[in-house]
Every structure is written in C-alpha cells, then in structure tokens.
Design a protein around this ligand. Structure first.
Ligand code: FE2
Length: 241
C-alpha cells in the first residue's frame, strides 16, 4: 500500500537547499498530521450520530470537535508565525510553495470560521437540519485537509529539515499549547498515538517531556480510552502505548 504522504502526479516538492539535515521536521509533521486526518475523516459521521433533539450527544461530540478545530487552528498559526517566515527567508527558492501553503491555511481558517457558530448552535439544540449542514461542512473541511496536510509534508517539509533547527521546530510545535489544560493535552496524546503506526508511536512518545509521559500513563491513557468509547460505542479501542 502506498503511504498517504506521497507526491501525486503533477505535484513538485520545493527545492531542497544543500547542506546537512538540521531537524526531523518531516517525520514530526507526518505524525501530528495523522491525528487531524483521522479526526476530520470521522467528523461528519460523528455529527450525524446525534439523533434529532439529542442535545447530550450533540454537546459531547461538538465539544470534542471544537477542541480539534482549536488545535488545528493553533497548529497552523504556529507554522504561519514560526515556520513559514523562516523558510521563506532562508530558502528563497521555496517562495512559491510557502505562498501556496499559507493560502491553504487561509482556506482552512475560512472553513473553521464558518463551522464555529453553527457547531455552537447545534450543540444546544441538536436540530437535524443544522446537524446535516454541519456534517457537510466538516466533510468539505476534511477534503481540503486531505490535500493540504499531505502536500505540506511532501512538498515543503524536506526543505524545512535543512533550514530550521530542532529547537526552532519544537517552538513552532509548542506554539499555543498553553491555551489548553494539561489534562486535555494528555488525553489528546492518546489519540495522536493511536493514529500513528507502531514504531512511529514510540518515537513520538520518546520526544515528549518526561512529565507529559508520566501524566499520560497515570491519567491520559484512561481518558483517551473513555473518550474513544463514548465517541464510538461498540468499536474496539485502538492500541496506544
Ligand atoms: Fe502542519
């Protein structure tokens, strides 16, 4: 089976500057993008899983999806501020690709802005017309992400690996995470681990600060399992660590 992160016919990667590899951005980005691809792939059916007037289910699903929307937005904001300006300055030949990626980020932001008020309204009413419109909006966002999250990894990250240090990359990755509670983040880590294949999962976990690893073992894994079972009743909970 071909890996999801593969250049498609007609797509070209940005020119990779000469010199040594300074950071493992391509691998790190692939791992974080997998959880977004999974979440937004599931989002339309999750929304539709709330029956007419089932506000308890709508509120629960809506809150989980709202957290993903916020994380996705912050992930892009971190790249807009702390990765793309650096790439554009240090590898001017990547300018066209940088502009394309920033434009895709703007398209995602527009869709998220469009989703937000409808999601909040539906959480309170579980109205069936709103539900179907919301599910459709999430499907369109998922379609867009299936292109953007792939192309950022295949076309841009190999150049980033040559011009940014590991420390700079970590700063971009950690941008905005302070806006979330530690409790939320360790539970979310379970989903990130579950959506990555064995091997990469261990790599990702090794990169986490020691307190995060401990918190995950103590509370995060249980939170993840409970959340998964509530979101997808009857499905076996995918393996993590
Ligand atoms: Fe990204």
């Amino acid at each position: 089976m071909t890996d999801f992160f593969t250049l498609q016919p007609g797509e070209t990667a940005a020119p990779v500057p000469p010199g040594p590899v300074l950071c493992q951005g391509t691998a790190a980005m692939r791992r974080i993008h997998r959880v977004f691809l999974w979440a937004y792939g599931e989002a339309p059916a999750l929304v539709r899983s709330a029956g007419p007037g089932d506000t308890a289910r709508a509120a629960y699903v809506g809150e989980v999806l709202g957290n993903f929307d916020k994380i996705l937005h912050i992930h892009h904001e971190g790249e807009d501020l702390l990765m793309y300006p650096q790439l554009a300055e240090r590898a001017p030949a990547c300018a066209l690709h940088v502009e394309q990626m920033l434009e895709q980020h703007r398209q995602v932001a527009l869709r998220l802005d469009d989703i937000e008020p409808l999601r909040l309204r539906w959480m309170g009413t579980a109205d069936v017309t709103d539900r179907d419109t919301l599910a459709d909006k999430y499907r369109k966002l998922s379609d867009l992400l299936n292109v953007h999250l792939r192309r950022e990894v295949t076309e841009v990250m190999p150049a980033v690996d040559k011009v940014m240090t590991e420390k700079e990359l970590v700063a971009a990755a950690e941008h905005g995470t302070g806006q979330f509670s530690k409790r939320f983040l360790v539970g979310y880590l379970g989903m990130v681990l579950a959506t990555n294949p064995p091997g990469e999962r261990e790599e990702l976990f090794k990169e986490m600060p020691a307190p995060v690893r401990v918190a995950y073992r103590v509370v995060g894994r249980r939170m993840y399992r409970r959340q998964y079972s509530t979101l997808f009743p009857g499905r076996p909970v995918p393996e993590t660590l």
